[in-house]
Design a protein around this ligand. Structure first.
Ligand SMILES: CC(C)(COP(=O)(O)OP(=O)(O)OC[C@H]1O[C@@H](n2cnc3c(N)ncnc32)[C@H](O)[C@@H]1OP(=O)(O)O)[C@@H](O)C(=O)NCCC(=O)NCCS
Length: 154
């Protein structure tokens, strides 16, 4: 399997409606997670050129609430690859167009698995980190994998 191209950032932009809010008038966490999952799917499709499924999500953090009418931007990047799986980092920002302000709203890590027509995991190109930042994230990906494997074997 050849090496994968350097992962590109993939951004989905949405504005959310009153039906997406909780009793406090903020956007539901599940709605934000759905947008994050979609962004992770696009990033992993583009990287692997295969069908993908979400195997898991980790380290989801809601940093600040998102309000109706704000523009929500979910940016996803493949930061680690296994044999068939990809760790995809997702960063969500909320933009208030009228105030010309933007802030970090949520972050998370999605594990996407490339699958064949029968839904079985299928190999993907291996990502080679290039920059210092990418190397750091790759090393963290290796650590996460070790922790997952330890948990699984317990
Ligand atoms: C994800 C899925 C394809 C894995 O299939 P499997 O037969 O268990 O395959 P394996 O155990 O060989 O795992 C395949 C890869 O996924 C990874 N993986 C599987 N479950 C995982 C989890 N919960 N967290 C992190 N990684 C996981 C494995 O580490 C492995 O990675 P690698 O190939 O890079 O080493 C299967 O469990 C599945 O189809 N789940 C349902 C997915 C789904 O419906 N998602 C929601 C809608 S998209």
């Amino acid at each position: 399997m050849p090496h994968g191209k350097s992962p590109r950032e993939n951004t989905l932009i949405e504005t959310l409606l009153p039906k997406d809010t909780n009793a406090s008038g903020h956007i539901f966490g599940g709605v934000v997670m759905s947008l994050m999952d979609k962004a992770a799917a696009v990033a992993s499709w583009r990287y692997s050129k295969q069908r993908v499924v979400t195997a898991g999500a980790e380290e989801i953090t809601f940093v600040t609430p998102i309000h109706v009418g704000e523009v929500v931007r979910a940016s996803a990047t493949v930061i680690y690859t296994g044999r068939t799986s990809m760790d995809v980092e997702v960063i969500v920002e909320a933009e208030n167009i009228f105030e010309e302000s933007s802030r970090l709203a949520a972050t998370g890590l999605f594990i996407m698995v490339a699958v064949d027509d029968q839904g079985k995991p299928t190999p993907i190109p291996q990502w080679q980190p290039d920059t210092e930042e990418e190397k750091k994230k790759h090393k963290e990906g290796l650590e996460r994998r070790k922790i997952r494997e330890q948990k699984k074997s317990r």
